[in-house]
Design a protein around this ligand. Structure first.
Ligand SMILES: Nc1nc2c(ncn2[C@@H]2O[C@H](COP(=O)(O)OP(=O)(O)OP(=O)(O)O)[C@@H](O)[C@H]2O)c(=O)[nH]1
Ligand SMILES: [Zn+2]
Length: 455
Protein backbone atom coordinates (compact mmCIF):
# COMPACT_ATOMS: atom_id res chain seq x y z
CA UNK A 1 0.00 0.00 0.00
CA UNK A 2 1.57 3.30 -1.09
CA UNK A 3 1.01 6.42 0.90
CA UNK A 4 1.83 10.05 0.17
CA UNK A 5 4.35 11.20 2.75
CA UNK A 6 3.03 13.58 5.37
CA UNK A 7 4.23 17.16 5.09
CA UNK A 8 6.28 18.70 7.82
CA UNK A 9 4.62 20.01 10.95
CA UNK A 10 6.24 23.40 10.55
CA UNK A 11 3.62 24.23 7.98
CA UNK A 12 1.26 25.10 10.81
CA UNK A 13 0.16 28.69 10.57
CA UNK A 14 0.89 28.93 6.86
CA UNK A 15 -1.88 29.92 4.47
CA UNK A 16 -3.21 26.38 4.26
CA UNK A 17 -2.37 25.10 7.68
CA UNK A 18 -2.97 21.52 8.39
CA UNK A 19 -3.03 20.21 4.86
CA UNK A 20 -0.94 17.09 4.94
CA UNK A 21 -0.08 17.72 8.58
CA UNK A 22 0.25 14.94 11.10
CA UNK A 23 -0.74 12.25 8.68
CA UNK A 24 -0.77 9.07 10.70
CA UNK A 25 -0.01 5.65 9.37
CA UNK A 26 -3.00 3.51 8.60
CA UNK A 27 -3.87 1.56 11.70
CA UNK A 28 -2.82 -2.04 11.59
CA UNK A 29 -5.61 -4.08 10.16
CA UNK A 30 -7.47 -1.05 8.86
CA UNK A 31 -8.93 -2.14 5.58
CA UNK A 32 -11.46 -0.80 3.21
CA UNK A 33 -13.48 -3.92 3.51
CA UNK A 34 -13.77 -3.86 7.26
CA UNK A 35 -17.25 -4.25 8.62
CA UNK A 36 -18.63 -1.44 10.72
CA UNK A 37 -21.60 -1.65 13.02
CA UNK A 38 -24.87 -0.99 11.25
CA UNK A 39 -26.73 2.23 11.75
CA UNK A 40 -30.44 2.66 11.53
CA UNK A 41 -31.53 3.72 8.09
CA UNK A 42 -34.01 6.53 7.80
CA UNK A 43 -36.61 4.09 6.56
CA UNK A 44 -36.17 2.10 9.75
CA UNK A 45 -34.43 -0.92 8.23
CA UNK A 46 -30.77 -1.76 8.90
CA UNK A 47 -28.53 -2.09 5.89
CA UNK A 48 -24.88 -2.16 4.97
CA UNK A 49 -23.82 -1.66 1.41
CA UNK A 50 -21.08 -3.81 0.01
CA UNK A 51 -19.41 -3.23 -3.31
CA UNK A 52 -18.21 -6.42 -4.94
CA UNK A 53 -15.18 -6.08 -7.15
CA UNK A 54 -14.44 -8.08 -10.23
CA UNK A 55 -11.25 -9.21 -8.51
CA UNK A 56 -13.14 -10.76 -5.63
CA UNK A 57 -15.83 -12.23 -7.80
CA UNK A 58 -13.20 -13.61 -10.13
CA UNK A 59 -10.21 -14.60 -7.97
CA UNK A 60 -8.06 -15.71 -10.96
CA UNK A 61 -7.80 -12.12 -12.17
CA UNK A 62 -4.74 -10.28 -10.81
CA UNK A 63 -5.65 -7.67 -8.23
CA UNK A 64 -4.76 -4.14 -9.25
CA UNK A 65 -2.11 -2.38 -7.18
CA UNK A 66 -3.47 -0.22 -4.39
CA UNK A 67 -3.90 3.35 -5.60
CA UNK A 68 -2.17 6.33 -4.07
CA UNK A 69 -3.96 8.02 -1.24
CA UNK A 70 -3.57 11.19 0.70
CA UNK A 71 -4.81 12.60 3.96
CA UNK A 72 -8.10 14.45 3.90
CA UNK A 73 -8.69 17.21 6.40
CA UNK A 74 -11.57 16.88 8.80
CA UNK A 75 -12.78 19.76 10.93
CA UNK A 76 -12.52 19.14 14.68
CA UNK A 77 -15.70 21.07 15.22
CA UNK A 78 -17.73 20.05 12.19
CA UNK A 79 -19.01 23.07 10.35
CA UNK A 80 -22.22 21.13 9.95
CA UNK A 81 -23.05 21.85 13.57
CA UNK A 82 -25.16 24.97 14.04
CA UNK A 83 -23.17 27.93 15.27
CA UNK A 84 -24.16 29.76 18.44
CA UNK A 85 -27.23 31.97 18.14
CA UNK A 86 -26.24 35.28 16.61
CA UNK A 87 -22.97 33.81 15.38
CA UNK A 88 -24.02 33.51 11.75
CA UNK A 89 -21.03 34.58 9.71
CA UNK A 90 -21.61 38.01 8.25
CA UNK A 91 -20.03 39.28 5.11
CA UNK A 92 -16.49 40.38 5.59
CA UNK A 93 -15.93 37.95 8.44
CA UNK A 94 -12.83 35.92 7.87
CA UNK A 95 -13.76 32.29 7.77
CA UNK A 96 -10.95 29.87 8.45
CA UNK A 97 -8.31 28.74 8.57
CA UNK A 98 -9.93 26.24 10.83
CA UNK A 99 -8.31 23.70 13.09
CA UNK A 100 -8.16 20.40 11.35
CA UNK A 101 -7.63 16.96 12.58
CA UNK A 102 -5.87 15.22 9.79
CA UNK A 103 -6.42 11.55 9.43
CA UNK A 104 -4.84 9.44 6.81
CA UNK A 105 -7.65 8.42 4.56
CA UNK A 106 -8.06 7.06 1.12
CA UNK A 107 -9.48 9.46 -1.40
CA UNK A 108 -12.18 6.87 -1.92
CA UNK A 109 -13.22 7.06 1.72
CA UNK A 110 -16.34 8.95 0.77
CA UNK A 111 -19.75 8.43 2.27
CA UNK A 112 -21.02 4.90 2.07
CA UNK A 113 -23.84 5.70 -0.27
CA UNK A 114 -21.46 7.73 -2.42
CA UNK A 115 -19.26 4.66 -2.84
CA UNK A 116 -22.19 2.43 -3.66
CA UNK A 117 -23.42 5.02 -6.18
CA UNK A 118 -20.00 5.13 -7.81
CA UNK A 119 -19.92 1.34 -7.98
CA UNK A 120 -23.34 1.10 -9.60
CA UNK A 121 -22.46 3.83 -12.10
CA UNK A 122 -19.29 1.94 -13.00
CA UNK A 123 -21.25 -1.24 -13.64
CA UNK A 124 -20.08 -3.01 -10.51
CA UNK A 125 -22.12 -5.08 -8.09
CA UNK A 126 -23.32 -3.67 -4.80
CA UNK A 127 -24.57 -5.78 -1.97
CA UNK A 128 -27.18 -4.39 0.36
CA UNK A 129 -26.28 -6.10 3.58
CA UNK A 130 -29.07 -7.00 5.95
CA UNK A 131 -30.41 -10.16 7.56
CA UNK A 132 -31.37 -11.11 4.01
CA UNK A 133 -28.74 -9.46 1.81
CA UNK A 134 -29.39 -8.52 -1.78
CA UNK A 135 -26.73 -8.04 -4.46
CA UNK A 136 -27.54 -5.93 -7.48
CA UNK A 137 -26.02 -4.71 -10.73
CA UNK A 138 -27.39 -1.83 -12.78
CA UNK A 139 -29.12 -2.89 -15.97
CA UNK A 140 -27.98 0.37 -17.53
CA UNK A 141 -24.27 0.07 -16.77
CA UNK A 142 -23.43 -3.61 -16.26
CA UNK A 143 -21.69 -5.15 -19.24
CA UNK A 144 -22.54 -8.67 -20.43
CA UNK A 145 -19.12 -9.72 -19.10
CA UNK A 146 -19.81 -8.32 -15.65
CA UNK A 147 -23.23 -9.94 -15.57
CA UNK A 148 -21.72 -13.27 -16.60
CA UNK A 149 -19.17 -13.02 -13.77
CA UNK A 150 -21.73 -12.05 -11.15
CA UNK A 151 -24.36 -14.45 -12.44
CA UNK A 152 -22.59 -17.41 -14.03
CA UNK A 153 -25.76 -19.51 -14.02
CA UNK A 154 -27.60 -16.87 -16.05
CA UNK A 155 -30.51 -17.02 -13.64
CA UNK A 156 -30.51 -13.48 -12.19
CA UNK A 157 -34.02 -12.01 -12.22
CA UNK A 158 -34.71 -8.39 -13.09
CA UNK A 159 -35.82 -5.90 -10.47
CA UNK A 160 -37.75 -2.88 -11.74
CA UNK A 161 -39.79 -0.17 -10.07
CA UNK A 162 -43.53 -0.64 -9.67
CA UNK A 163 -44.17 2.42 -11.83
CA UNK A 164 -42.11 1.01 -14.68
CA UNK A 165 -43.95 -2.30 -14.26
CA UNK A 166 -47.23 -0.41 -14.60
CA UNK A 167 -45.94 1.26 -17.77
CA UNK A 168 -45.14 -2.21 -19.10
CA UNK A 169 -48.68 -3.32 -18.17
CA UNK A 170 -47.39 -5.72 -15.56
CA UNK A 171 -49.08 -4.04 -12.63
CA UNK A 172 -52.31 -6.02 -12.76
CA UNK A 173 -50.36 -9.27 -12.78
CA UNK A 174 -48.79 -8.66 -9.41
CA UNK A 175 -50.15 -9.57 -6.03
CA UNK A 176 -50.10 -6.00 -4.79
CA UNK A 177 -50.48 -3.43 -7.54
CA UNK A 178 -48.89 -0.66 -5.48
CA UNK A 179 -46.83 1.54 -7.82
CA UNK A 180 -44.35 2.24 -5.03
CA UNK A 181 -43.55 -1.46 -4.68
CA UNK A 182 -40.68 -2.96 -6.71
CA UNK A 183 -41.42 -5.81 -9.10
CA UNK A 184 -39.26 -8.83 -9.81
CA UNK A 185 -39.30 -10.37 -13.28
CA UNK A 186 -38.24 -13.97 -13.74
CA UNK A 187 -35.17 -14.63 -15.84
CA UNK A 188 -35.71 -16.37 -19.11
CA UNK A 189 -33.19 -17.17 -21.80
CA UNK A 190 -34.24 -14.27 -24.02
CA UNK A 191 -33.77 -11.74 -21.19
CA UNK A 192 -30.21 -10.66 -21.93
CA UNK A 193 -28.41 -7.39 -21.24
CA UNK A 194 -29.75 -5.67 -24.34
CA UNK A 195 -33.36 -6.82 -23.88
CA UNK A 196 -33.26 -5.82 -20.22
CA UNK A 197 -32.05 -2.34 -21.19
CA UNK A 198 -34.79 -1.97 -23.72
CA UNK A 199 -37.36 -3.04 -21.12
CA UNK A 200 -36.08 -0.42 -18.73
CA UNK A 201 -35.77 2.40 -21.24
CA UNK A 202 -39.10 3.94 -22.26
CA UNK A 203 -37.54 5.61 -25.28
CA UNK A 204 -37.44 2.13 -26.78
CA UNK A 205 -41.07 1.32 -25.93
CA UNK A 206 -42.26 2.31 -29.37
CA UNK A 207 -39.42 0.88 -31.41
CA UNK A 208 -38.45 -2.45 -29.88
CA UNK A 209 -39.93 -5.70 -31.07
CA UNK A 210 -42.34 -7.24 -28.58
CA UNK A 211 -40.39 -9.08 -25.92
CA UNK A 212 -41.69 -11.54 -23.45
CA UNK A 213 -43.60 -13.13 -22.01
CA UNK A 214 -42.68 -11.23 -18.86
CA UNK A 215 -43.29 -13.24 -15.74
CA UNK A 216 -43.48 -11.23 -12.50
CA UNK A 217 -42.42 -13.36 -9.61
CA UNK A 218 -42.63 -13.11 -5.82
CA UNK A 219 -40.29 -10.59 -4.24
CA UNK A 220 -39.10 -11.86 -0.86
CA UNK A 221 -36.92 -8.86 0.16
CA UNK A 222 -39.00 -5.71 -0.51
CA UNK A 223 -37.06 -3.46 1.91
CA UNK A 224 -33.74 -4.32 0.30
CA UNK A 225 -35.29 -3.99 -3.17
CA UNK A 226 -36.60 -0.50 -2.37
CA UNK A 227 -33.18 0.50 -1.01
CA UNK A 228 -31.49 -0.86 -4.14
CA UNK A 229 -33.83 1.05 -6.46
CA UNK A 230 -33.30 4.23 -4.46
CA UNK A 231 -29.55 3.78 -4.93
CA UNK A 232 -30.08 3.47 -8.67
CA UNK A 233 -32.06 6.72 -8.65
CA UNK A 234 -29.42 8.52 -6.61
CA UNK A 235 -26.91 7.31 -9.19
CA UNK A 236 -29.06 8.87 -11.92
CA UNK A 237 -29.67 5.45 -13.46
CA UNK A 238 -32.86 3.87 -14.72
CA UNK A 239 -34.75 2.00 -12.01
CA UNK A 240 -33.80 -1.47 -13.22
CA UNK A 241 -31.34 -3.85 -11.57
CA UNK A 242 -30.11 -7.39 -11.99
CA UNK A 243 -30.57 -9.27 -8.77
CA UNK A 244 -27.53 -11.52 -8.59
CA UNK A 245 -26.54 -14.06 -5.95
CA UNK A 246 -22.81 -13.52 -5.55
CA UNK A 247 -20.54 -15.42 -3.19
CA UNK A 248 -21.05 -13.39 -0.07
CA UNK A 249 -18.36 -15.24 1.89
CA UNK A 250 -15.51 -13.95 -0.22
CA UNK A 251 -17.10 -11.17 -2.12
CA UNK A 252 -16.32 -8.25 0.15
CA UNK A 253 -14.20 -5.50 -1.29
CA UNK A 254 -15.61 -2.37 0.24
CA UNK A 255 -18.07 -2.03 3.06
CA UNK A 256 -20.21 0.96 3.62
CA UNK A 257 -23.12 1.88 5.78
CA UNK A 258 -26.38 3.16 4.44
CA UNK A 259 -28.70 5.56 6.10
CA UNK A 260 -26.11 7.44 8.12
CA UNK A 261 -28.50 10.39 8.32
CA UNK A 262 -28.43 13.74 6.66
CA UNK A 263 -25.24 15.29 7.91
CA UNK A 264 -23.56 17.99 5.89
CA UNK A 265 -20.11 19.49 6.26
CA UNK A 266 -19.09 22.93 5.11
CA UNK A 267 -16.12 22.30 2.84
CA UNK A 268 -15.35 25.67 1.27
CA UNK A 269 -16.46 29.28 1.50
CA UNK A 270 -15.55 32.34 -0.55
CA UNK A 271 -16.80 35.76 -1.58
CA UNK A 272 -18.72 35.64 -4.84
CA UNK A 273 -19.76 39.11 -5.97
CA UNK A 274 -22.81 38.79 -8.24
CA UNK A 275 -24.28 41.39 -10.55
CA UNK A 276 -26.05 43.98 -8.36
CA UNK A 277 -25.22 41.77 -5.34
CA UNK A 278 -21.56 42.36 -4.57
CA UNK A 279 -21.97 41.22 -0.96
CA UNK A 280 -22.52 37.56 -1.69
CA UNK A 281 -20.73 34.53 -0.32
CA UNK A 282 -20.75 31.04 -1.77
CA UNK A 283 -20.48 28.07 0.56
CA UNK A 284 -20.07 24.46 -0.54
CA UNK A 285 -21.47 21.72 1.67
CA UNK A 286 -20.85 18.03 1.23
CA UNK A 287 -23.39 15.46 2.37
CA UNK A 288 -21.93 12.67 4.46
CA UNK A 289 -24.13 9.94 3.04
CA UNK A 290 -24.23 10.33 -0.73
CA UNK A 291 -21.26 12.70 -1.10
CA UNK A 292 -23.37 15.20 -3.02
CA UNK A 293 -22.09 18.78 -3.02
CA UNK A 294 -24.75 21.42 -2.50
CA UNK A 295 -24.21 25.17 -2.56
CA UNK A 296 -25.51 28.00 -0.41
CA UNK A 297 -25.42 31.56 -1.73
CA UNK A 298 -25.56 33.96 1.19
CA UNK A 299 -26.75 37.28 -0.15
CA UNK A 300 -26.13 40.37 1.96
CA UNK A 301 -26.38 40.17 5.71
CA UNK A 302 -29.47 38.73 7.28
CA UNK A 303 -30.48 38.52 10.85
CA UNK A 304 -33.45 39.09 13.11
CA UNK A 305 -36.61 38.08 11.29
CA UNK A 306 -36.68 34.76 9.44
CA UNK A 307 -34.63 35.24 6.28
CA UNK A 308 -36.02 34.92 2.78
CA UNK A 309 -34.80 31.55 1.51
CA UNK A 310 -35.07 29.91 -1.88
CA UNK A 311 -34.46 26.20 -2.39
CA UNK A 312 -33.50 25.92 -6.04
CA UNK A 313 -33.27 22.46 -7.57
CA UNK A 314 -30.50 22.06 -10.12
CA UNK A 315 -31.62 22.36 -13.74
CA UNK A 316 -28.67 22.29 -16.13
CA UNK A 317 -30.86 22.92 -19.15
CA UNK A 318 -32.68 25.90 -17.68
CA UNK A 319 -30.07 27.40 -15.35
CA UNK A 320 -27.11 27.19 -17.73
CA UNK A 321 -28.45 26.92 -21.27
CA UNK A 322 -31.54 29.09 -20.83
CA UNK A 323 -33.98 26.36 -21.88
CA UNK A 324 -37.49 27.65 -22.46
CA UNK A 325 -39.04 24.31 -21.51
CA UNK A 326 -39.17 25.25 -17.82
CA UNK A 327 -39.03 28.37 -15.66
CA UNK A 328 -35.89 27.46 -13.71
CA UNK A 329 -33.43 29.95 -15.19
CA UNK A 330 -35.62 33.04 -14.71
CA UNK A 331 -36.67 31.75 -11.26
CA UNK A 332 -33.05 31.36 -10.20
CA UNK A 333 -32.04 34.88 -11.21
CA UNK A 334 -35.24 36.51 -9.94
CA UNK A 335 -34.96 34.72 -6.58
CA UNK A 336 -31.52 36.25 -6.05
CA UNK A 337 -32.88 39.70 -6.89
CA UNK A 338 -35.79 39.25 -4.47
CA UNK A 339 -33.47 38.08 -1.71
CA UNK A 340 -31.18 41.09 -2.25
CA UNK A 341 -34.20 43.43 -2.26
CA UNK A 342 -35.32 41.90 1.06
CA UNK A 343 -31.99 42.98 2.57
CA UNK A 344 -30.40 39.55 2.48
CA UNK A 345 -31.13 35.87 2.65
CA UNK A 346 -30.02 32.53 1.31
CA UNK A 347 -30.40 30.61 -1.91
CA UNK A 348 -29.61 26.91 -1.71
CA UNK A 349 -28.60 25.40 -5.02
CA UNK A 350 -29.53 21.77 -4.44
CA UNK A 351 -28.17 19.02 -6.67
CA UNK A 352 -31.59 17.56 -7.34
CA UNK A 353 -31.50 17.67 -11.13
CA UNK A 354 -34.76 16.64 -12.75
CA UNK A 355 -36.73 16.72 -9.48
CA UNK A 356 -34.30 14.16 -8.07
CA UNK A 357 -33.96 11.70 -10.97
CA UNK A 358 -30.68 12.99 -12.41
CA UNK A 359 -29.78 14.60 -15.70
CA UNK A 360 -29.86 11.55 -17.99
CA UNK A 361 -33.24 10.50 -16.66
CA UNK A 362 -34.60 14.05 -17.02
CA UNK A 363 -33.49 14.06 -20.64
CA UNK A 364 -35.22 10.71 -21.09
CA UNK A 365 -38.31 12.37 -19.64
CA UNK A 366 -37.89 15.22 -22.13
CA UNK A 367 -37.72 12.69 -24.97
CA UNK A 368 -41.02 11.26 -23.74
CA UNK A 369 -42.46 14.79 -23.63
CA UNK A 370 -41.43 15.15 -27.28
CA UNK A 371 -43.73 12.19 -27.87
CA UNK A 372 -46.68 13.82 -26.10
CA UNK A 373 -46.36 12.81 -22.45
CA UNK A 374 -46.66 15.63 -19.94
CA UNK A 375 -43.99 16.21 -17.29
CA UNK A 376 -45.74 14.01 -14.71
CA UNK A 377 -46.53 11.08 -16.99
CA UNK A 378 -43.02 11.15 -18.43
CA UNK A 379 -41.57 10.58 -14.95
CA UNK A 380 -44.05 7.79 -14.23
CA UNK A 381 -43.33 6.10 -17.55
CA UNK A 382 -39.64 6.04 -16.65
CA UNK A 383 -40.50 4.34 -13.40
CA UNK A 384 -40.18 7.29 -11.00
CA UNK A 385 -42.59 9.32 -8.92
CA UNK A 386 -43.51 12.77 -10.24
CA UNK A 387 -41.17 14.34 -7.70
CA UNK A 388 -38.41 12.33 -6.00
CA UNK A 389 -36.80 15.19 -4.07
CA UNK A 390 -35.98 15.01 -0.37
CA UNK A 391 -35.15 18.01 1.79
CA UNK A 392 -33.08 16.59 4.66
CA UNK A 393 -29.81 17.92 3.22
CA UNK A 394 -31.37 21.34 2.63
CA UNK A 395 -32.55 21.46 6.24
CA UNK A 396 -29.13 20.39 7.52
CA UNK A 397 -27.44 23.17 5.50
CA UNK A 398 -29.83 25.80 6.81
CA UNK A 399 -29.20 24.62 10.37
CA UNK A 400 -25.45 24.74 9.73
CA UNK A 401 -25.93 28.36 8.71
CA UNK A 402 -27.80 29.02 11.97
CA UNK A 403 -31.22 29.23 10.33
CA UNK A 404 -34.14 27.32 11.81
CA UNK A 405 -37.09 29.31 10.45
CA UNK A 406 -37.47 30.74 6.97
CA UNK A 407 -39.70 32.72 4.69
CA UNK A 408 -39.76 30.27 1.81
CA UNK A 409 -39.86 31.46 -1.78
CA UNK A 410 -41.85 28.82 -3.66
CA UNK A 411 -45.09 27.98 -5.41
CA UNK A 412 -44.74 24.35 -4.42
CA UNK A 413 -46.48 23.44 -1.15
CA UNK A 414 -44.81 19.99 -1.16
CA UNK A 415 -41.46 21.72 -0.89
CA UNK A 416 -42.60 23.65 2.18
CA UNK A 417 -43.96 20.46 3.74
CA UNK A 418 -40.75 18.57 2.95
CA UNK A 419 -38.57 21.24 4.53
CA UNK A 420 -40.82 21.48 7.57
CA UNK A 421 -40.72 17.69 8.03
CA UNK A 422 -36.93 17.94 7.92
CA UNK A 423 -37.01 20.32 10.87
CA UNK A 424 -37.12 23.87 9.48
CA UNK A 425 -39.98 26.18 10.46
CA UNK A 426 -41.80 27.98 7.66
CA UNK A 427 -42.87 31.42 8.86
CA UNK A 428 -44.33 32.33 5.47
CA UNK A 429 -44.57 30.99 1.93
CA UNK A 430 -43.74 33.70 -0.61
CA UNK A 431 -45.00 33.06 -4.18
CA UNK A 432 -42.43 32.96 -6.95
CA UNK A 433 -44.16 33.24 -10.34
CA UNK A 434 -42.50 33.82 -13.67
CA UNK A 435 -44.33 34.78 -16.84
CA UNK A 436 -44.99 31.78 -19.08
CA UNK A 437 -43.56 31.46 -22.60
CA UNK A 438 -45.01 29.42 -25.48
CA UNK A 439 -42.68 26.52 -24.71
CA UNK A 440 -43.36 26.16 -20.98
CA UNK A 441 -47.03 27.22 -20.72
CA UNK A 442 -48.26 23.60 -20.78
CA UNK A 443 -45.54 22.54 -18.34
CA UNK A 444 -46.53 25.24 -15.84
CA UNK A 445 -50.23 24.39 -16.31
CA UNK A 446 -49.49 20.71 -15.65
CA UNK A 447 -47.66 21.60 -12.46
CA UNK A 448 -50.68 23.54 -11.27
CA UNK A 449 -53.17 20.89 -12.34
CA UNK A 450 -51.29 17.74 -11.30
CA UNK A 451 -48.45 18.62 -8.92
CA UNK A 452 -50.26 20.98 -6.57
CA UNK A 453 -48.38 24.15 -7.52
CA UNK A 454 -50.19 27.28 -6.43
CA UNK A 455 -51.21 30.17 -8.67
N1 LIG B 1 -38.18 15.14 -14.24
C1 LIG B 1 -38.33 16.38 -14.70
N2 LIG B 1 -37.73 17.37 -14.05
C2 LIG B 1 -37.91 18.62 -14.52
C3 LIG B 1 -38.67 18.90 -15.66
N3 LIG B 1 -38.65 20.24 -15.86
C4 LIG B 1 -37.90 20.76 -14.88
N4 LIG B 1 -37.46 19.79 -14.07
C5 LIG B 1 -36.69 19.89 -12.84
O1 LIG B 1 -37.56 20.39 -11.84
C6 LIG B 1 -36.80 21.06 -10.87
C7 LIG B 1 -37.44 22.42 -10.68
O2 LIG B 1 -38.61 22.21 -10.07
P1 LIG B 1 -39.99 22.94 -10.40
O3 LIG B 1 -41.00 21.87 -10.33
O4 LIG B 1 -39.90 23.77 -11.65
O5 LIG B 1 -40.22 23.91 -9.30
P2 LIG B 1 -40.36 23.56 -7.80
O6 LIG B 1 -38.97 23.63 -7.28
O7 LIG B 1 -41.09 22.29 -7.55
O8 LIG B 1 -41.31 24.69 -7.28
P3 LIG B 1 -40.98 26.20 -7.09
O9 LIG B 1 -40.28 26.29 -5.78
O10 LIG B 1 -42.28 26.89 -7.08
O11 LIG B 1 -40.13 26.61 -8.25
C8 LIG B 1 -35.38 21.12 -11.40
O12 LIG B 1 -34.65 20.08 -10.77
C9 LIG B 1 -35.52 20.79 -12.87
O13 LIG B 1 -34.39 20.14 -13.41
C10 LIG B 1 -39.29 17.82 -16.32
O14 LIG B 1 -40.00 17.96 -17.30
N5 LIG B 1 -39.08 16.58 -15.80
ZN1 LIG C 1 -35.69 23.65 -15.40
Amino acid sequence: MRRVEPQSADQRGEPHPGRGRRAEPVAAGARLDRHRPPVRARAGAQFHLVELSVARLHPQRPRPAAGPHVGIARARRPFGRPPRAGAVPQLGTAVGPCPIDLRDRRLTDAGPIARAIAALKAGRAVRIESATPMTVLSVETATPQMLAIADPAGSAPLLISGRRAAALSLANRRDAADPAEPVLIERSNWLDVDNARSLADPSRDGSRAPIGPLAPTALDRPDEARAALKLARLAGLMPALWLVEADTATGLEMTALAGAGAEVTEVARARLPLEDMPDTQIVAFRASDDGQEHVALIVGAFGGKPPLVRLHSECLTGDVFGSLKCDCGPQLRHALRLIAAAGGGVLLYLRQEGRGIGLANKLRAYALQDRGFDTVDANLRLGFADDEREYAHAAAILKALGIDTVRLLTNNPAKAVGLEQAGIGIAERVGHHMPANPHNADYLATKRARSGHLD
